[in-house]
Design a protein around this ligand. Sequence first.
Ligand code: 3UK
Length: 577
Amino acid sequence: MPSSRSANVARSASSRDAGAGDDSAHVETFARDRLPAAEALPEFLFELPELQFPARLNCAAELLDRWVERGEGGRLAVQGHGGTRWTYAELQAQANRIARVLVEDMGLVPGQRVLLRGANSPMLAASWFGVVKAGGIVVGTMPLLRARELVAIVEKAQVSHALVDSRLAEELDLARPSCHTLREVRQFGGAGAGGANGSGGAGGGSLAPALETLAAAKSATFRTVDTAADDVCLLAFTSGTTGVPKAAMHFHRDVMAACACWPPHVLRATRDDVFIGSPPLAFTFGLGGLLAFPLSIGASTVLVEKATPDVLLPAIAQFKATVCFTAPTSYRAMAGQLAKDAAAHDLSSLRKCVSAGEALPAATRQLWKGATGIEIIDGIGSTELFHIFISADEAHAKPGATGLVVPGYRAAVLDDEGRELPRGQVGRLAIKGPTGCKYLDDPRQASYVQNGWNLTGDAYLQDTDGQFVYQARTDDMIISGGYNIAGPEVESALLLHPAVAECGVIGRADEARGMVVKAFVVLRPGHAGDAAMVATLQEFVKQTIAPYKYPREIEFRTSLPRTETGKLQRFRLREPA
Ligand code: 3UK
């Protein structure tokens, strides 16, 4: 640890009421010291009775230990590739062993940041709980991140420890020379994992024994560190497009608050449900939907690696999954595959489907319903607020709208001066609730949080039914010839045309009109991207929505740039080809 940091820790430890692990000799207050100042925080609402949290709370104890203590340890908790099936007791035992490796072999002290890296798997889930049980702070990383992005994360979070799936170790190995705070790295899932020597597999330069080998030698018991409800347990990095990444801090309480709001009020899953889906556990959409939410009700989860649509469909059938979490484009692609061969996959177990990450086009909702009979539960969430705050269950689903505010939260549409707009008018979406934005030491806190509201950066309107209707990211509104045009509305119109597989709409700078609406279109197989198709699609949009919104330019592509979380990267479409 650099000496400047030690000095800082010493100073803050004496000046602060240490939260985590009062029973431990030493605690790092790095995260606590870098919380936004009180006046920069959003207003927090804890009105619901289920949001009355005790002062001491460790979310791993709530989500995992509790079931074993209650005699439910024999219930199935998590499944994965290669036949892994762990009960709550088995998952707890593995997490306990990993916590012991972290503390006894790797010297972890509560409050230190532990980088986790791996595709979704039972071992990644056990590692997540191992860190949180030991009072550490999880720093999740998206599987596709490159060395330079990992360096930025390690620096920002002052990461000292890492647990890495050996198949993703290479980029971290490349990053290592620039990661001065990173002292202890162990790999899991390698060829030697669980064996006697266990070098940790592929990643060069790693001589430490594999995590599984170290864990196997430990006792399966571990006393979960007694943390404060407002100790940080997670740093969730936002998928920002430029510059220094932002780290959204989440308390133990935030994880449990998320479990208490959207899941019981909108999703309404039961303890017999089998959850499955695609979002990585490094993304809070995945962490909630595929780990915290199922375990909060004693249900089970299937952690599938790289759950692209062609992997997810057979996995739903194989595991008889009942609740699915994925992004709109994934539902669209899966519906396309089912249209080709409906009998190829037995989806009869599936009963609830959740979409988030970007707006769900009405056409995609319709296609999925046609293919499966299931009405998708759409929901908007964010990394800053941990999970979904506006959503609609099957009965309230309204094509083209995101839904109603989730119990526990308040939502408003504000004008540029921060005044609430009447229904029907487009403005900035503003949210308050039990969770809220707390960036780690970041001036950008002041743009996300204003006057106690979390401003998500989305342009929305509230319709006469109270439903919130997404327009666009506020930066993505297209202003053309004096009109405001929301790209996603034009995309939704294009997606209704049978020749369109995928599309993205942006504003291209234009001398005469300020911006012109430009569409990038991926056609379904068997259609030609020629001048006739351009004219056909333009005419189709004019017949579907107000004609001035039609795309004056259409460019055909074979694919569109997307993030790992399924979001269209509009900024990349704006770059000159
Ligand atoms: C957009 C949506 C319209 C919107 C997320 C569920 O996506 C999540 O978090 P991110 O921080 O992005 C947040 C932004 O994504 N968005 C997400 N869902 C929708 N837009 N309709 C939707 N249903 O711009 C929002 O501000 O990556 C989603 C749960 C947890 C999450 N972190």
